[in-house]
Design a protein around this ligand. Structure first.
Ligand code: ADP
Ligand code: ZN
Ligand code: ZN
Length: 742
C-alpha cells in the first residue's frame, strides 16, 4: 500500500499556498510523521526544497505514477505536534497569511541544537571495595594520582569531570586505567540550558483575601469547562497573587501554565515572584534567548521538566503536553499585537490555544481593552473585580487643570500654577514625584491653546496631522486640508503643533527649581536594557526628586515614596490620529494616576489638558472604567471602528515611491469596484502615518466592514490581482483590527 504525505513547501507565495502530495518511500515510513520537516523535489526542475508534513493518508486524487517521493526527513529539524498545526491553520485563516508563514510562527525553534553534555566520574564499585583498594595503593605510595581520585570518591559519590581534570589534576590516562579496572565509571548527562538564574527567594507569606480566594475557587471548580475569565483590578489589587494560586492548583493536577506579560523588560520582576513559589519549574521564553536556550525550553516543556513559562507573545507557542491554563496579564497592552506578518493578536491566539488544549483562559488588567470588555459584556468571559489596593494607600486625589485657563491668566509655562505649587511642596517636604509626558512615537496634531479645539478629519473623526508640506492630513482616508493660522472655532492665533520633548521639560524644571535632581527616562536615556533598570533603581533609592519620562515610567513599578504625579499634556495621546487614541489616553491616565500614593503618604495627581471636558480625561480622573467603556463604545459603533465593526489595513511598501503609489491606487480602485453598493467602506489610499522608513515608502488603504470574513474575501481578491496584474517588488501586508499605527 502506498502512503502519501501532505506537504507545505517552504516558499511564501500565495499561488503555492496549499499542501502538495508526496509519496512516503518505504525506507522513510517510520521517520515521516505529521509535524516533521522534510526535503522534497519541487516544480518542473525538481528543485530540492524543504517543507512541513501536515497530514498523512493512503489516498490521492492524482495519478499515483506522477506523485514524487519525499527525499528525506530534514536533518537536525524539530517536529511539531498536531495541535500546533491546527493553531497554524487558525493563524492562516484569521490573519490571511500563507500556511508556511503560519507554521513558522508557531514553531518556536526550527532546528535542533546540540545539547550541552555534562560528564562526571562516579564510583564503579561499592564504597567498601573502593576503600580497601585505596588503602592498598596508599600504602604502596607510588600511584599518587589514582589515590587522589579514589580519596575524593570516598567522600563524594560523583565528581564533575572538569573538577577531576583541573582541580584534582588527574589526567585521562589515570581515569582510563581506573575505569578499565571497574573502580570508577564515567557518566554523561545531557544538560539543559536554563535561562533562569535566580537565588533562592523567600516565599510571600500571606493568605488570599476572600475576594481573591473566590476567584480561585470558581476557576478551579470549573476547570473541565475550559472557562474564560477576566480579572478587572487596579494595580496592586492582588491579581498576580491570584495567578500564582491558580497555577499552584493547575500543577497539582499534573497540567501546565503559560503566563504572558507585555514586555521583556518586565520579565525579571514577574519571574522573581513566580520563582519564589515554583522554583525551577518556571522558565522564560522570549526573543533574547539564544537558539540553544529556546530549543532546550521547548524540550523541557515537552518532557515535563518545567511546568510554567513566562514571556511575551511567543511564549504562547510553548509545546506543553497538557496545558491547563493561559494567563494574559495587562491584557490591554498594544505590544500583544505582532508588528510583523502574521500580525496576530496574542489575545485571540491565546483563545485558540486554550480551546485546542482544553485549558482555561484568564485575562487581567486595570484598564481592559475595548475588545476584551466587549466579550465580558457579551457574557463570553466571566468577570471578577478586585477593587481594593492590598498594600495600603488610598486612591489618589485627582485634579484636572485646564490649560486654556492658564493661558488666559497669562501663564505660558509648561507647568500650571497648581502643578508648580505642588512640586515646590514636594521638594520642601523631600517627597518624590513623577512627571509624565504621554507622547507616543510620532504625532503632529494641531490644537488651539485658547479653546482646545483639535483639527479632525470630517470623515474619520480622528485628528489630522501636520505634514512637512504644511497641510493637514488624515492617516486613514488621506483627506487633507490647508494648514490653519487662526482657530476655526474661536479665532485665536494660538493654534499650533505640540512640539515639546522630555529634554525641554527637564530644562524648564531646572529653571524653576535650580537645585532639583532630575532623572529622565525616554528613548534617548534607555538605549540599553540596563539603563532602564538603572534609572528605576536610582529613583527607588531616592537619588532623585523627580522621575520625568514618557509612558515607559507608568508601567508596573512601585515607588512608595511618590506622592505626586503630574501628567503634562493629556492631549498628546488624545490627538494621536487613530481610532484608539481615546482608549489609550484613558489607559495612560489611569495608570499614571495609579503611580501616586502607593506608600503610607496619600497621593495627588494633576492632569493638565486643553480638553478637560473630554470623556477619556473625565472618566480616568474619576477612575470610572464602566463609564468610559460605554461612551467609547458609542463612538466605535457610530464610526464602525473595531470592535463594533472590523477594519483591515492594507499596508503597501517598496523602494520606488511611484510604484508603491500606483499599486495602492490600483488596489483602491479595484476595491471600490468590488465593494460598490455594499455596506463596506474603503478609505484611502494614502501615505502611511510614517511615510517612509529607511528609504522604504509606505502607503495604506483601510477597509471597514461588519465582519472579518468579508475583509478576508477582499484580501484574497487583492492577492489574486497582485499575482495577475503586478509583477513588482512591492510588499503588501494585511493588518486586521490594527492596534499599531502604520
Ligand atoms: P496586582 O497583580 O494586581 O498588581 P499583586 O498580586 O502584585 O497585585 O499584589 C500587590 C501587592 O499586594 C503585592 O506586594 C502582594 O505581595 C500583596 N498581596 C497580594 N495579595 C495579598 C494578600 N491576600 N494579603 C496581603 N498582601 C497581598
Ligand atoms: Zn480655538
Ligand atoms: Zn479621514
Amino acid at each position: 500500500m502506498e502512503i502519501y504525505a501532505d506537504i507545505i513547501v517552504d516558499i511564501t507565495h500565495e499561488k503555492l499556498d496549499r499542501p502538495f502530495q508526496y509519496r512516503i518511500p518505504e525506507a522513510l515510513s517510520e521517520e515521516v510523521t505529521v509535524g516533521c520537516q522534510v526535503i522534497v523535489p519541487f516544480g518542473a526542475a525538481n528543485k530540492i526544497i524543504s517543507g512541513y508534513c501536515i497530514g498523512i493518508s493512503c489516498e490521492t486524487d492524482f495519478d499515483p505514477a506522477k506523485i514524487k517521493d519525499i527525499v528525506s526527513v530534514k536533518e537536525g529539524s524539530t517536529t511539531m505536534e498536531s495541535r500546533e498545526i491546527l493553531l497554524a491553520d487558525f493563524i492562516k485563516r484569521r490573519y490571511g497569511v500563507t500556511m508556511i508563514q503560519a507554521l513558522k510562527t508557531v514553531l518556536l525553534v526550527k532546528h535542533t541544537v546540540k545539547a550541552i553534555v555534562k560528564k562526571s566520574i562516579c564510583r564503579g564499585k561499592p564504597l567498601k571495595e573502593l576503600q580497601s583498594y585505596y588503602d592498598t595503593i596508599k600504602e604502596k605510595g607510588n600511584q599518587r594520582a589514582k589515590a587522589r581520585l579514589l580519596e575524593a570518591l570516598l567522600d563524594r559519590e560523583e565528581i564533575p569531570l572538569e573538577e577531576v581534570n583541573h582541580k584534582l589534576e588527574i589526567g585521562a590516562g589515570t581515569i582510563k586505567l581506573l575505569e578499565e579496572s571497574g573502580y570508577i565509571a564515567l557518566k554523561t548527562e545531557n544538560q539543559y540550558r536554563d535561562p533562569v538564574h535566580m537565588e533562592h527567594i523567600q516565599q510571600e507569606g500571606f493568605a488570599l483575601s476572600a475576594e481573591q480566594q473566590h476567584i480561585v475557587d470558581v476557576i478551579i471548580g470549573a476547570l473541565d469547562d475550559c472557562g474564560k475569565y477576566y480579572i478587572h483590578g487596579i494595580t496592586g489589587s492582588g491579581k498576580t497573587a491570584v495567578y500564582i494560586e491558580l497555577i499552584e492548583e493547575i500543577l497539582k493536577r499534573g497540567r501546565q501554565a503559560i503566563v504572558l506579560i507585555p514586555e521583556i523588560s518586565l520579565t525579571y520582576q514577574t519571574l522573581k515572584r513566580f520563582y519564589a513559589r515554583f522554583g525551577s519549574k518556571v522558565s522564560v521564553m522570549n526573543s533574547t534567548l539564544s537558539a540553544g536556550e529556546k530549543y532546550d525550553q521547548m524540550q523541557r516543556a515537552m518532557n515535563g521538566d518545567i511546568q510554567v513559562i513566562i514571556g511575551p507573545r511567543s511564549a504562547l507557542f510553548t509545546p506543553f503536553p497538557n496545558l491547563g491554563l493561559v494567563i494574559i496579564d495587562e491584557e490591554h497592552e498594544p505590544s500583544y499585537k505582532s508588528e510583523q506578518s502574521p500580525k496576530y493578536h496574542a489575545r485571540e491566539v491565546a483563545e485558540e490555544v486554550a480551546r485546542l488544549s482544553g485549558a482555561s483562559l484568564v485575562f487581567g488588567s486595570a484598564t481592559p481593552s475595548m475588545e476584551a470588555y466587549q466579550q465580558v459584556k457579551q457574557g463570553r468571559f466571566q468577570l471578577f473585580k478586585l477593587e481594593k489596593r492590598l498594600t495600603g494607600g488610598a486612591l489618589p486625589r485627582v485634579e484636572i487643570v485646564d490649560l486654556r485657563e492658564e493661558l488666559r491668566n497669562g501663564n505660558r509655562s509648561i507647568f500650571s500654577l497648581s502643578l508648580q505649587q505642588k512640586m515646590a511642596e514636594r521638594l520642601q517636604r523631600r517627597e518624590q514625584f513623577m512627571l509624565f509626558l504621554n507622547r507616543r512615537g510620532y504625532s503632529g496634531f494641531i490644537s488651539c491653546r485658547s479653546c482646545g479645539h483639535v483639527m479632525r478629519c470630517p470623515h474619520c473623526d480622528v485628528s489630522l496631522s501636520e505634514h512637512r508640506d504644511g497641510r493637514l492630513h488624515c492617516h486613514y482616508c488621506g483627506y487633507s486640508a490647508p494648514g490653519v493660522k487662526l482657530c476655526p472655532e474661536c479665532g485665536s492665533k494660538y493654534i499650533l503643533g505640540f512640539k515639546v520633548g522630555t529634554q525641554q521639560i527637564e530644562e524648564k524644571l531646572k529653571e524653576l527649581f535650580p537645585e532639583i535632581r532630575v532623572l529622565r527616562m525616554d528613548a534617548d536615556t534607555t538605549k540599553t536594557k540596563a539603563s532602564y533598570e538603572q534609572i528605576l533603581s536610582a529613583f527607588a533609592g531616592g537619588q532623585a526628586d523627580v522621575l520625568l519620562g514618557t509612558q515607559m515610567i507608568v508601567k508596573g513599578h512601585d515607588f512608595p515614596g511618590v506622592t505626586l504625579v503630574g501628567v503634562l499634556a493629556a492631549d498628546m495621546s488624545l490627538a494621536f490620529g487613530d481610532y484608539r487614541s481615546g482608549e489609550r489616553t484613558f489607559q495612560l491616565l489611569t495608570q499614571a494616576a495609579g503611580r501616586a500614593g502607593r506608600g503610607k503618604l496619600p497621593g495627588e495627581v494633576v492632569i493638565q489638558t486643553y480638553q478637560p471636558e473630554h470623556y477619556s480625561v473625565q472618566f480616568a480622573a474619576a477612575q470610572d472604567f464602566e463609564g468610559f467603556y460605554e461612551q467609547e463604545m458609542a463612538y466605535r459603533e457610530l464610526m464602525q471602528y473595531p470592535p463594533a465593526g472590523h477594519m483591515m489595513a492594507i499596508q503597501i511598501f517598496g523602494e520606488k515611491e511611484a510604484r508603491v503609489k500606483a499599486l495602492a491606487e490600483d488596489f483602491g480602485d479595484y476595491l471600490k469596484v468590488l465593494t460598490k453598493n455594499k455596506p463596506i467602506q474603503v478609505l484611502g489610499p494614502t501615505v502611511a502615518a510614517i511615510a517612509k522608513i529607511k528609504d522604504i515608502y509606505r502607503y495604506v488603504i483601510y477597509v471597514k466592514a461588519a465582519k472579518t470574513e468579508t475583509l478576508l474575501l477582499l484580501k484574497n481578491a487583492l492577492d489574486e490581482r497582485k499575482i495577475t496584474m503586478h509583477s513588482g517588488q512591492e510588499i503588501v501586508q494585511y493588518d486586521f483590527d490594527p492596534v499599531n499605527t502604520f
